[in-house]
Ligand binder design. Structure first.
Ligand SMILES: Nc1ncnc2c1ncn2[C@@H]1O[C@H](COP(=O)(O)OP(=O)(O)OP(=O)(O)O)[C@@H](O)[C@H]1O
Ligand SMILES: [Mg+2]
Length: 153
């Protein structure tokens, strides 16, 4: 599924729609360059779940946890692992496929920890348009296929 958005608001509306349809155990990977919109998307997602605390990327920790009425939301940003190179045995897999919902920025650095069933969302800037983004969603298993089909409605 591919969507062209023109504003921050539209990005956050997509995030809100996804948030309304996620279930405990869902894992969402957010990909794209620096400044593409991954954290902005996460903020819209969290807001739609009623999270009042400001959502900012974890830096010194790799994960921030937020409570919702339905499940814990885990926001992982593992960007700094890329610079450090080796990212094995971090125990991050406990965040995936369990009772919570996980959103992961820079997931390419923790590939061995990731489950097979993920909804992958890629953010791409559109040249010459500051606020336009192409958002591409791809599912890779039963749970993510179900989630994506809800999004398509
Ligand atoms: N349509 C849009 N969707 C998302 N962000 C947008 C959009 N238009 C402009 N922006 C701006 O682009 C920036 C995106 O920053 P954000 O922190 O979300 O990126 P990121 O992908 O998380 O980057 P990083 O890899 O550094 O964590 C913000 O300043 C946001 O206001
Ligand atoms: Mg970010």
């Amino acid at each position: 599924m591919r969507i062209l958005v023109e504003t921050v608001n539209e990005t956050q509306e997509i995030a809100a729609k996804l948030a309304k349809n996620v279930k405990a155990g869902d894992t969402i990977l957010l990909s794209g360059d620096l400044g593409a919109g991954k954290t902005t998307f996460t903020q819209g997602f969290a807001k739609a779940l009623g999270i009042k605390r400001p959502v900012k990327s974890p830096t010194f920790t790799l994960v921030r946890e937020y409570q919702t009425t339905q499940f814990p939301l885990y926001h992982l940003d593992v960007y700094r692992l890329g610079e450090e190179g080796n990212a094995e045995d971090l125990g991050l897999s406990e965040y995936f496929g369990g009772e919570g919902v996980a959103l992961v920025e820079w997931s390419q650095y923790i590939k061995p920890d990731l489950p097979d069933d993920v909804l992958k969302i890629v953010f791409e800037r559109v040249p010459n348009y500051d606020t336009k983004r192409v958002i591409t969603l791809t599912a890779s298993g039963d749970k993510s296929v179900a989630l994506l089909s809800e999004m398509e409605k």
